[in-house]
Design a protein around this ligand. Structure first.
Ligand code: C5P
Length: 222
């Protein structure tokens, strides 16, 4: 049976990875978090004291320290040279600089090729910002997941609270809005709904309700 690919795009904290992981599990697909790849380069730049503007040096980091994924009971671990960096990639320092790094065309070019290779034989649920427009324009299912900025900040705030991380709601909301602005105004592959993507607004809906909506769209294409 031909395996379809599912592209899930949308702004920061719209629930993409939560939904994508559940869909992948339910249909037996492989989940790929492309945001983790951009976060990985940003993490490496901080670790190796490489400027966020030095495209050549950043590409060297990508080549020298490939990012890999390991499926786990709870979802997916991100590894760099065997080291589990899943939590490190969520640090505020990485989050607040990742949009600068991801705006560089050479960095995108490299990572898009890696992502296209992963999806080459189908059966992938990939989430990001440009999956439906640039990485997998032929994906059989394209979802553009959105939610209001206040709802997204609320979710992030609660997530932090549950993890025992102190945060400020207004700061989180500002950071989310800033990242969305940078991601949707860059020249190369900006965050944008693909013409043939289904728009799913998750504001006010539970995870189960969003999963049911997305799964009904997927089933139509299988
Ligand atoms: O999805 P996540 O919030 O982890 O993504 C982190 C950042 O990586 C985004 O804000 C964006 O700058 C970048 N990104 C991107 N293209 C993708 C995935 C993520 O530019 N396909």
């Amino acid at each position: 049976m031909h395996k379809i690919n599912i592209a899930i795009d949308g702004p920061a904290s719209s629930g993409k990875s939560t939904i994508a992981k559940i869909i992948a599990k339910d249909f037996g697909f492989v989940y790929t978090d492309t945001g983790a790849m951009y976060r990985g380069v940003t993490y490496l730049a901080i670790k190796h004291q490489v400027s966020f503007l030095d495209e050549t040096a950043l590409i060297e980091l990508i080549e020298n320290y490939p990012i890999t994924f390991k499926q786990t009971d709870w979802g997916q671990a991100v590894l760099i040279q065997g080291e589990d960096v899943t939590q490190a990639l969520r640090q505020p320092e990485v989050t607040n600089h990742v949009s600068e790094v991801s705006a560089l065309p050479g960095v995108r070019d490299h990572l898009v090729k890696v992502q296209q290779k992963i999806a080459a034989s189908g059966g992938v649920v990939m989430d990001g910002r440009d999956i439906g427009t640039t990485v997998l324009p032929q994906a059989e299912v394209k979802i553009f997941l959105v939610a209001s900025a206040s709802e997204r900040a609320k979710r992030r705030y609660k997530e932090n609270q549950d993890k025992g991380i102190k945060s400020n709601y207004n700061t989180l909301k500002k950071e989310i809005e800033q990242r969305d602005y940078t991601d949707s105004h860059r020249e190369t592959s900006p965050l944008k709904q693909a013409k043939d993507a289904s728009l799913v607004d998750t504001t006010g809906f539970s995870i189960d309700e969003v999963v049911a909506t997305v799964e009904s769209i997927v089933k139509e294409k299988m």
